[in-house]
Design a protein around this ligand. Structure first.
Ligand code: PMP
Length: 388
């Protein structure tokens, strides 16, 4: 396709043609037998992809922030104590959000580029009674990943609800919701799930549903109320018509197609593909002489890479040049270092060839900006991981 530019930002990503076709198909009734089947199957597929056989999926029209909002709306009552583990902008968002619902919020903010120190969290949780802890699996503003398995285990040990913001990780980074004891795992459609923006996706485990049922007062948020949506999700799964708010019919159809593709690839193979993409991208960036925001490769995300601009190169020069060379990348997002780094998304439909083309475009951009390196060394480093 002449003039095509690769969209390599950390969401929205490029989407598979079959997903886009489903989105463009004639809209049907939200209670037609075909759509009921599609929605019911999508709910079942979510459970498989989240590795959450005991979980309750919710699919709402909205973005990832709405998925986060459902947590505040349904699991917080005024005065509840909540602990937010922050490794970037999206962790901080939970502080503001939970406070709106009257939570008494404590934030553990980790140094920029560092991951969560669970020994510190363990001490904080042991010292005071929290109802709920939030963690951002991959903070898209820093490229830092937290240990989601340890996060779940900590929640079980202290009998505290764990909420994992998986907006930049679900279907890209390994997550075993039931096995790891995570109570809520949420995401949005436009990232590794592979569907254009517009769906908030949440899977709530039995402890989260029990906590919701034990509320003393109804939620103050009408649209996000699980009381309204639980019967709807159950009805679709049982292949019965139902209605509360009109579902995003075409997006749900596209979701079902994408979830089917994910299951065809196989969830373990998909995690491994993302792991290789992440390793290869970081190796390329290192070979080009650039440092990165995450302070260690061990906690760098597989779904995006966050390189720092080299000495003498600024984003307003570099990013347009990379774009001219064929790849759209994202600038910095974290307010403390916004102008010091950029972000490369590599998730969902991204294949090894896309990544090599992107590294090639980054090389072209760096060269045009006068950064010195051995031509081709980034591509070679990536290639040796992807095809070595
Ligand atoms: N959490 C994380 C980790 C994110 O990356 C994002 C979006 N970039 C959000 C939450 C918010 O999602 P949305 O923009 O879809 O509202």
């Amino acid at each position: 396709m002449k003039g095509r530019t690769l969209l390599m930002i950390p969401g929205p990503i490029e989407f598979e043609p079959a997903v886009l076709q489903a989105l463009g198909a004639p809209t049907t009734s939200h209670v037609s037998p075909d759509f009921i089947e599609t929605f019911g199957r999508a709910i079942e597929r979510m459970r498989e992809i989240w590795c959450a056989p005991s979980g309750q999926p919710f699919v709402l029209a909205g973005s990832g922030t709405l998925a986060m909002d459902t947590v505040g709306a349904n699991l917080i009552e005024p005065g509840d104590r909540a602990l937010v583990l922050s490794t970037g902008v999206f962790g901080d968002r939970f502080e503001d959000l939970l406070s709106r619902y009257g939570a008494d919020v404590t934030v553990l903010r980790f140094p920029l580029g560092d991951t969560v120190d669970f020994e510190q969290v363990d001490r904080a949780v042991a010292a005071s009674g929290y109802k709920l802890i939030t963690g951002t699996h991959v903070d898209t503003s820093t490229g830092v990943r937290i240990d989601a398995e340890r996060f779940g285990a900590l929640g079980r040990e202290h009998d505290v609800l764990t909420v994992l913001d998986g907006v930049c990780s679900v279907a890209g980074e390994e997550i075993r919701q039931d096995g790891w004891g995570l109570d809520v795992v949420l995401t949005a459609s436009q990232k590794a799930i592979g569907v254009p923006p517009g769906l908030a996706l949440v899977v709530a485990g039995p402890r989260a549903i029990d906590a919701f049922r034990a509320r003393r007062s109804p939620t103050a948020n009408y649209y996000a109320d699980w009381e309204k949506w639980l019967p709807i999700m159950r009805a679709y799964e049982e292949r019965r018509p139902s209605y509360f708010g009109t579902p995003a019919v075409n997006l749900v159809a596209a979701l079902d197609v994408s979830l089917g593709q994910i299951l065809t690839e196989g969830i373990d193979r998909r995690f491994e593909r993302h792991r290789r993409l992440g390793l290869a991208c970081r190796a390329a960036i290192r070979a080009l002489g650039l440092t990165q925001v995450p302070t260690s490769d061990d906690h760098a995300a597989s779904t995006l890479t966050a390189p720092k601009y080299p000495e003498g190169v600024v984003g307003t020069d570099l990013l347009p040049r990379i774009r001219e060379a064929g790849a759209i990348l994202a600038g910095g997002l974290h307010p403390e270092i916004r102008s010091e780094y950029f972000r490369i998304g590599h998730m969902g439909a991204t294949n090894f060839g896309d990544l090599l083309a992107t590294v090639g475009a980054i090389e072209a951009g760096l060269q045009a900006c006068g950064h010195g390196f051995e031509a081709g060394c980034g591509v070679a480093a990536a290639q040796s991981i992807l095809f070595g």
